[in-house]
Design a protein around this ligand. Structure first.
Ligand code: SF4
Length: 474
């Protein structure tokens, strides 16, 4: 133990969350201790412990994400005057120079580290006494990206302990081969790359020892394609459907939740596997628009029929699964007509959640140069309209489930339903946030799997529904 603290601040998607877990795990293994609300105050003298390193894992999906990253970094520098602030992630990958300018102090405490170098660096920090000196030396040596194998580094983020989430995550894919005209993620993460299936299984078996659920993540998991070489020749490897079958066949109990899916990859073969009881009834479709004209401009290779077919197929895989989608509002050229097409598609398909992004112009992308910018006030109005539809969809979904039983996982912390009612927080198999009433004072430990009955709708801000533990597992 080097008696130093670290903290990790994460922005962005599930992939970033997983990578932050790996960062926290690596720091812990290197002898550092994670700074939490519990150990922030020093036991000896009551003074505040401060971290030797604050990691900020950034996102660049929208210009708001960039702004937020800059705000969080500046705050981390301000609040921790003696700490090194180590910035990594997608925004850092593309805007190193801009970020370094945020460090106005004389000590040069801000370090922008290529994601591929982060874990090696943490290992080095664990072996040295002075964090700032070690980071400065590392910065001098690694100011240019190294040439290490992308496969080795992109999948080295493999935490076995998850200190920040009840569920575990397994990264099976990174990067993307599509060229969506608005997307900056593929610029930051490069072309698609997949984890070897055997390695994925052995990682999942390790997770299965301590976790009831793993979320399979990647930038575009539908592009999972195992690279197989037999006798020096490229052989056909597994796609997502085969991988899922292989992972389910090689494990016993662990449940799998999938991150975003692409409509044009949903077919009968995949749906047959998704029907397996160990795949969570929760699917998130990356749709982006219901206007074929806009989809074409976005560089998305499907149309409304494909979207509708994908939704119907996913619904056929499970008993009323939680179905969510991503929509971008205000893409260049989206007039009221195209927006109405999106709106009526969303109404028709009745999603339980619509994740609406206001379009944001991203440097380096083709859409940066597109005409037809939508007025900001129109974009906000469209976001609001879709947000309202999403809220109603969620309410309808919860109501359909009232009185039914679901499997749920207890999460850390207690929640309050009213002044007198308390319970633990939980997340159901179909992705509802629950306030779970439990017997007596025994609060279930985070990660405990419970069988619950959904009793009544929640306030949809803190939780979606109230639930009670059903005494016996069916
Ligand atoms: S599918 Fe399109 S939006 Fe998604 S990561 Fe790939 S390029 Fe970006």
């Amino acid at each position: 133990m080097c008696n130093e603290y670290f903290s990790v601040l994460t922005l962005g998607c599930k992939l970033n969350q997983l990578e932050s877990e790996a960062v926290a795990d690596a720091f812990t293994q290197a002898g550092f201790e994670q700074l939490t609300a519990n150990n922030e105050q020093s036991r000896e003298n009551g003074a505040k412990n401060s971290p030797a390193v604050v990691v900020v894992n950034t996102c660049t999906v929208t210009s708001k994400a960039d702004q937020k990253a800059r705000r969080v970094i500046c705050k981390a520098l301000r609040d921790n005057p003696d700490s090194a602030v180590l910035v990594t992630g997608c925004y850092a990958q593309l805007n190193r120079g801009d970020l370094l300018k945020l460090d106005a102090g004389t000590k040069r405490r801000l370090f922008v580290i290529e994601k591929d170098n982060v874990l090696n660096l943490i290992h080095l920090l664990g072996a040295r006494h002075c964090v700032l000196d070690t980071l400065s030396t590392f910065r001098a040596r690694h100011s240019a990206p190294d040439n290490s194998s992308a496969l080795d580094t992109q999948f080295s983020f493999n935490p076995e302990r998850f200190s920040r989430h009840t569920r575990s995550f397994l990264k099976i894919q990174d990067g993307c081969n599509n060229h969506c005209s608005y997307c900056r993620i593929r610029l930051a993460r490069g072309p698609g790359i997949s984890l070897d299936a055997q390695e994925a299984l052995s990682r999942l078996r390790i997770l299965e020892k301590n976790h009831a659920e793993a979320v399979l993540t990647g930038v575009n998991i539908c592009q999972y394609k195992e690279q197989l070489t037999i006798n020096g020749e490229n052989a056909a490897g597994m796609g997502l459907a085969e991988l899922l079958e292989y992972l389910l066949g090689g494990t016993e109990n662990i449940k799998l939740r999938l991150s975003s899916l692409e409509p044009d990859f949903i077919d009968e073969k995949l749906v047959k596997i998704l029907a397996n009881k160990r795949i969570r009834p929760h699917f998130h479709l990356s749709i982006q628009s219901g206007s074929e004209k806009i989809l074409k401009k976005m560089g998305r290779s499907y149309n409304n029929d494909t979207i509708e077919k994908a939704v119907n197929l996913l619904r056929s895989a499970k008993d009323d699964p939680f179905l969510a989608c991503d929509i971008i509002a205000g893409f260049p050229g989206e007039t009221g007509t195209e927006f109405d097409e999106t709106l009526s598609m969303c109404k028709k398909l009745d999603f339980a959640w619509i994740h609406v992004f206001p379009y944001s112009k991203r440097p380096g992308t083709p859409a940066w140069h597109f005409n037809g910018t939508v007025r900001e006030s129109d974009v906000s109005q469209r976001v609001q309209i879709l947000g309202g539809l999403s809220a109603h969809g969620r309410e309808r979904y919860v109501k359909r489930w009232l009185g039914r039983e679901v499997e749920a996982m207890a999460e850390s912390g207690t929640a309050r339903g009213s002044k007198t009612e308390r319970g633990c927080r939980g997340i159901s198999e179909n992705y509802l946030k629950l306030l779970i009433r439990h017997q007596g004072g025994n609060v279930p430990a985070p990660g405990t799997v419970l069988r619950c009955e959904l009793l009544e709708a929640g306030n949809f801000k803190d939780y979606d529904a109230k639930a009670a533990v059903v005494p016996k597992l069916n």
